[in-house]
Design a protein around this ligand. Sequence first.
Ligand code: ADE
Length: 246
Amino acid sequence: MRIDILCLFPEVFASPLNQSIVKRATERGLANIVIHDIRDYTHDKHRTADDYPYGGGPGMVLKPEPIFEAVEAIKQQLGACEVPVILLTPQGRLFSQSLAQELALQPHIMLICGHYEGLDERVCEHLATDEISIGDYVLSGGELAALVAVDAIVRLIPGVLGSEFSANSDSHSNGLLEYPQYTRPQTYRDWSVPSILLSGNHSEIAQWRRRQAILRTAKRRPDLLKKGSLCDEERKWMSENLLDPR
Ligand code: ADE
């Protein structure tokens, strides 16, 4: 998968993209992440990427020309036309595991990181095919948001994780939070690992984990327990345990 990132602060990306799973995905040729400096597409000697807002008001607004030119140059160089061009902005639709799963199946995406008070609306209207927010808060720029999205997407590219199973048991991948995990030592400061996990009974362990995931989701994120993520038997078990199955 190729990911082009257009931004004003390319240095932000070096270390995070050079660690752990994303680094391995890149080394194995499963992800090709290319960072572009929007200022490289300006034409004045000060490399001006922003300007005052029409109508007045505080802050600066990113100019449309360098962003359009950057996207068009990259598309032309790659012979790409149908590639999703995604703007990172607090005004976008909320990023989620299912969106990450969807994007991980694309051969190519482009991410545009906004900055300053905003960017010229013509970029949103005539260049971006989607706008994504990573949460209801405002960052200083889209770079960190792009890193969050890239990390979540790249680990889902087929073949990146050791086994398909590791991504399937992640929180959110099945609409539930993940069950609690334990490793050695068996007892630490008087706190013991639940005995079921030492029983070797795989079907009982699977059932315990599933129920723990449901319990945890019901307590911490009841909004996630939408109709459909639980079977009838699990709903019955929830009502017996005084949990609201929604
Ligand atoms: N840029 C600034 N804040 C953002 C957010 N919450 N999500 C995506 N991009 C952003």
